[in-house]
Design a protein around this ligand. Sequence first.
Ligand SMILES: Cc1cc2nc3c(=O)[nH]c(=O)nc-3n(C[C@H](O)[C@H](O)[C@H](O)COP(=O)(O)O)c2cc1C
Ligand code: SF4
Ligand code: SF4
Length: 263
Amino acid sequence: MILYFTGTGNSRFAAEFIADRTGDKCISLNEILKNKRALEFSSEKPFVIAAPVYASSFPRIVVKLIRRAAFSGSNEVYFIATMGAAPGKCEVELAELAKEKGMEYKGFCGIRLPNNYIVGGNVPDSSEAERIIEEAVPVLESVSDKISAGEHIGKDKIGIGAKLMSHTVNGLFNVVMDKMNCSKKFTVSDDCIACGRCASVCPVNNIIIMDNRPVFREKCVNCLACINSCPMKAINYGGKTADRNRYVCPDYSTWKKLHEEDE
Ligand SMILES: Cc1cc2nc3c(=O)[nH]c(=O)nc-3n(C[C@H](O)[C@H](O)[C@H](O)COP(=O)(O)O)c2cc1C
Ligand code: SF4
Ligand code: SF4
């Protein structure tokens, strides 16, 4: 069973790719969070959990969710992190999380996909994004085939240096991510057409549409789905993002069809 959390679709793309190639099924943690559904997962196949890298870590919301969830059937777990550049300390954290859950850790793989961190700088335009996705395909194929074969992915052993580094920076990053609330700095321009897309893509229902305008509440998890998904580029962050691109990953089925037609 492939479980994923996503802001702008990269982790869904990776999860759906792996599900397709391994013949497994995909479950959206966004849907579960949005609809407050039970965190009970049962599968005879290994669990594969995919999410983006946030500040060199797996998203805190996903870690909390895994801690609370009940897994039955298979006792094996693989982790996939999609990232703009580097996975930081995800591998160390996730090996520990698997141990804490009493599950067999089958490894971690960081997959480079387009960077969606628009509040920090520009994000790729569509042709650059397409190129980065193409480059990720062999990695996704290799990881899927290893999962199908029941093999370990990533490193067999995590070095003591990586563990020490992870524990040193762990507290600091977590404090930064806990304090950060992107939605406090979002502004909405008159270009807003009240389509409701920002509210529907928000995984934690942090946005409500009132008087034809999105209103941001206090529980933002900084996924940047809203600002990247607005069809009018009406959401901006602290006056910095007006001239930046917006990035949303293509839908996997559509991408696959186009890909097959091209071959
Ligand atoms: C809050 C935040 C922090 C991020 N931090 C990192 C990071 O530390 N390293 C990195 O390589 N990418 C980082 N990124 C980029 C995302 O991990 C990357 O674009 C990811 O594939 C997005 O996945 P999604 O489309 O499933 O949300 C960050 C993105 C966000 C929104
Ligand atoms: S997605 Fe953009 S246009 Fe649609 S309601 Fe939100 S801010 Fe307005
Ligand atoms: S309000 Fe926060 S959590 Fe919701 S979509 Fe926007 S960035 Fe993500």
